[in-house]
Design a protein around this ligand. Sequence first.
Ligand SMILES: Cc1cc2nc3c(=O)[nH]c(=O)nc-3n(C[C@H](O)[C@H](O)[C@H](O)COP(=O)(O)OP(=O)(O)OC[C@H]3O[C@@H](n4cnc5c(N)ncnc54)[C@H](O)[C@@H]3O)c2cc1C
Length: 483
Amino acid sequence: MMESLIRVRDLLNPYAYLDVTVFDPSPNPWCGPNYAPDMPEALTNVYTSDMSVRYWDTEHVADWLKANGYAHFVGTMFAPRAIIGKYFQDSAKKSIACMNAFEYIREQATKVTLSDCVAVETPTRNYKFDYVVLCTGGATSSDPYGLQGQDNFFSTPYPLKETLNSIGAEERVGIIGSGLSAVDLTLGLIAKNHRGPITLMSRRGLLPSVRRPPVKYSLQYFTVKGVEDIVAAKGSLSIRDLIKLTYRELDHAGASKQEIIDEVLSERYGIDRLRHQMARLDDGEIADQLCIKILATACEDAWYFLSCAEKKYLYSNFRHIVYSLCCPMPKHRAAQILRLADSGQLSILRGLRSVSKDEQGHFVAFAEGNSIIRFDRVFSAISGENRPSPMALPIIEGLLKTGQASPHPLGGLNVERTTSRLIDAHNRPQTRLYALGNTVSGALYIFNGVFLLARRSAHVAQSILEYQKNTETARHSPRSIYA
Ligand SMILES: Cc1cc2nc3c(=O)[nH]c(=O)nc-3n(C[C@H](O)[C@H](O)[C@H](O)COP(=O)(O)OP(=O)(O)OC[C@H]3O[C@@H](n4cnc5c(N)ncnc54)[C@H](O)[C@@H]3O)c2cc1C
C-alpha cells in the first residue's frame, strides 16, 4: 500500500503531502503472520517473481534477492517465506524514507469512525485521518472439531520453529487439512528428523497439485477488460460466460480443454492423484499454467460480477479443486511427499468426519470407510484466511453497526471493485474508507496473494490521490493509514 501511494503521488501530484500512520501490534512488523521468521520449510506458494511489493515492477523483488545473497531464489523459484518477510521489511524502510511524514503505532486499532475525518481508536489514544485503509488480514488458526484447549492440539502449524519443538521423534502426528500448510508442516517434521507416522486428513484428501513448467503467454481474452466487456454487453456475468472465455483463451493458446476438464472432474485423490500428475508433468500441456494465469489476472473481477447464487455454487462445489490447482506445490516438494508415502511414513486420509480425544488422552480420528486412527499430536493446518482477523472484528462490527460499511452475503464487507472503497448501508462507496484482502473476502476474494493485493493497493492509492486532488481538501497534511 505504501509503495502504491508513493508511486501514484509521484505520478499524479508530486507536491501532495504524504503522511502515513501504520497500526500493527505484530511482533514482526511488515511481515504479518505469514512472512515472519520461521523454518525454511515455510515456503512461498507462488514464484518469487510474483512476490514484488510493486505490481508494476516485478524485478523489484529479484533485485532485492540478488543484492542480499539470495540470487538462487530469483524468478520461477520458491523461497522461504521468512526471506520474503525481510524483503518486505527492507522495502517498508525505503518507502518510509519517501514519505513526508510517517508513524508506526504498535497497537491494535479498535475502532474506526467516519465523520468529517476518519477517527481511529487504540486502547490508549485517538487519532484523526483523511483516509483509512483496512489491511487487517485473515484469521491465522482454525479448529474445525472443537479441540482448542486440549493438550497436544495446535490450531495452527505456524511458526513451525515453535510448534515442532515439543514433538517426540516417534510420535504419531495427525494433520487436519491436506493443503499447502499441511505440506509445510510435514516437511518441517521431516527436517526435524521425525520418524513417527504422519497422517494428512481431510474431507476430500486432495493435495495441492504439482506445478508444471512455467510458460510465457499473455492472456488475450480472459482479462479484466474481457470480463468487463461481457458485463457491458449483457449486464451480467455467469459461470457459463467464464467457461466460454476460458475455452476461447485455451483454444487461442493451443492448450487442451480436456486437460482442465480432467483435472476438475477427476476422481483421483491423495497420493494416487499426485503420482498421476507427476507422471504427466513434462507432457507439454499448458492448460494448467494458463488457468493459473487467468486466476491471477482476472479472477477477482470475474468473481465480483457473478451472482451470489453462482458464487455460492462455485464455493461449495469447486473451491477445494480451485485451491488445489491455483497454488501448486513445486516439483521437488511433490517428490518428497511421494517418497514419504512410498516409505509408509506418510498417509493421506479422506472422508474425515471427526477428531476427538479418548479417555486415555489420545486423539481419535474417524473417516468414512476407515477404522479409527489414534494420534499423540494433532495440528489443524486449515487456513483461517477466509475469515477476517479476530483483531479486526471490533472495527468491522463498529462500521457495520453505524452503517458506514455493509456486509457482503458471502462474508466480509462490501467494496467497490475498481477503487476498493467500502460501500455503506445505503449502497454508497465511501470516499475515505478502503479495505484490501480478507476483509472484503466475499466480494472480491477467491484466493489471496501478494500480487493481487499489490494490484488492488494501486487502485486504492489512485482513488485517494484523485479524490484529494479533485476536492482540494489539502488544508492540512493528508494522513492515510494502513492497519
Ligand atoms: C500460511 C500462508 C502462506 C501464504 N503464502 C503466500 C505466498 O507465499 N505468496 C503469496 O502471495 N501469498 C501467500 N499467502 C496469502 C497471504 O495472505 C498474503 O500473501 C498476505 O500475507 C496478506 O497480506 P495482508 O497484509 O492482507 O494480511 P497479513 O499479512 O495477515 O497482515 C495483516 C496485519 O494486520 C494486523 N492487524 C489485524 N488487525 C489489526 C488491528 N485491528 N489493528 C492493528 N493491526 C491489525 C495483523 O497483526 C497483521 O500483521 C499465504 C497465506 C497463508 C495463510
